[in-house]
Design a protein around this ligand. Structure first.
Ligand code: NAP
Ligand code: MG
Length: 402
């Protein structure tokens, strides 16, 4: 069989630890035998980030702007322990944070659904995608511990020196204060990314905040979404047969639990952080969650939602057998290849991505899976495979399909 050709390169961002091991096996077993893989390779492994003073991360994000689509392996975000482990020059920032800042995107996370891994919520039949705003609020907040009686105020000083003051609280004893912000421009990008992604995936979009209590802050989010929707998206949504609606966050939570899934739930930064873990866990496993960063300009970066699976990597280094789930990493590749195919009008590449996803799901549904899934599956007569043999089993299924 002739290999599938690619006209435009895909930006490939390699990563760390166990996921780096899986990355290579996925390429060798599931991609290179079938595709004339055309990638521009960036090594975001911590050693090379350190060697290049993290320039490689910036370069990979710039390349994503040039070509439009990237696929990323999980990477270590250094902390104190990693400084010694890797003898780092500096505590380099989170690559995801750097890439997000350059592409200015919104992160969409969706579970991969297979028979035999049943959601905790019985009514959920289709995936629920969480769209998380990735800028500001408590993540860029400033906080003060109030030692005792006194007045706390918010003060805004305009460039001409004019001051606007708002009383926070007249303290009579000790307490705490927090100030946070967001930017209209960032909220607008967030809204457009959500609307575009809803059109892209033909799913309804829900957005929820606490605007009844936060009459200026959260209400601005609500207003920005509505204004952009009315001006730019109403007709497109109607033509696509999908719906946008806004509701209060508490009402959204109740509706989500009663729903059967199949929509995008847009969340402010903190809500998205918390709700994506809730949704991932309730769908079965973090190892079955995909993640894509979509910029308002239409650049896409695909990855798995989990980390580098450090504990498994140390076992691997000791020569012990691992059974690490590669599904989310395989789906990062298929997501990126499908999008590349779509942008290039490369139907063969898109069909290959569909088949590889189906082969992965069929393999699990036939009872062959990694240990994390074997522990929670409702299927009987399951075969637990090690990291490499699971990928080889997917290849066997795929070869039968091709
Ligand atoms: P993790 O890599 O997500 O793993 C946490 C635990 O979850 C694992 O020990 C394992 O549990 C389970 N798990 C996660 N993914 C799995 C998979 N594919 N197959 C089987 N089990 C899986 O998180 P972490 O250990 O907290 O973080 C390790 C490194 O990843 C850190 O350096 C962190 O900075 C980085 N990280 C990167 C990203 C990213 O690049 N997107 C995201 C998060 C974290 P058991 O040990 O019980 O088997
Ligand atoms: Mg979190």
């Amino acid at each position: 069989m002739a290999k599938i050709k690619m006209t435009t390169p895909l930006v490939e961002m390699d990563g760390d630890e166990m996921t780096r091991i899986l990355w290579k096996i996925i390429k060798d077993e599931l991609l290179l035998p079938f595709i004339d893989l055309n990638t521009e390779y960036y090594d975001l492994g911590l050693e090379y980030r350190n060697e290049t003073n993290d320039q490689v991360t910036v370069d990979s994000a710039e390349a994503t702007k040039k070509y439009g689509v990237a696929v990323k392996c999980a990477t270590i975000t250094p902390n104190a322990a990693r400084m010694t482990e890797y003898n780092l020059k500096e505590m380099w920032k989170s690559p995801n944070g750097t890439i997000r800042a350059i592409l200015d995107g919104t992160v969409f996370r969706a579970p991969i659904i297979v028979k035999g891994i049943e959601p905790t919520v019985r009514t959920w039949k289709k995936p629920i995608t969480i769209a998380r705003h990735a800028y500001g609020d408590v993540y860029k907040g400033s906080e003060v511990k109030i030692p005792g009686a006194g007045k706390a105020e918010i003060v805004y000083t305009a460039e001409d020196g004019t001051e606007t003051r708002e009383l926070i609280h007249n303290f009579t004893g000790a307490g705490i204060v927090q100030g946070m912000h967001n930017l209209n421009e960032s909220i607008e990008s967030f809204a457009r990314s959500c609307f575009n992604y809803a059109l892209d995936t033909k799913q309804d979009l829900w957005f929820a905040t606490k605007d009844t209590i936060s009459k200026k802050y959260d209400h601005t989010f609500k207003d920005v979404f509505q204004e952009i929707y009315d001006a730019e998206y109403d007709e497109k949504f109607k033509a696509a047969g999908i719906e946008y609606f806004y509701t209060l966050i508490d009402d959204a939570v109740a509706r989500v639990i009663r729903s059967e899934g199949g929509y995008i739930w847009a969340c402010k930064n903190y809500d998205g952080d918390v709700m994506s873990d809730m949704v991932a866990t309730a769908f079965g496993s973090l190892a079955m969650m995909t993640s894509v960063l979509v910029s308002p300009q239409g650049y896409y970066e695909y990855e798995a939602a989990h980390g580098t699976v450090q504990r498994h990597y140390y076992k691997h280094l000791k020569g012990e057998e691992t059974s690490t789930n590669s599904v989310a990493t395989i789906f990062a590749w298929t997501g990126a290849l499908r999008k590349r195919g779509e942008l290039d009008g490369n139907k063969e590449l898109m069909e290959f991505a569909d088949k590889l996803e189906k082969a992965t799901i069929d393999t699990i549904e036939s009872g062959k899976m990694t240990k994390d899934l074997a522990l929670i599956t409702t299927l009987e007569n399951v075969t637990v495979l090690n990291s490499e043999n699971f990928i080889k089993a997917v290849r066997e299924t795929l070869e039968k399909m091709l």
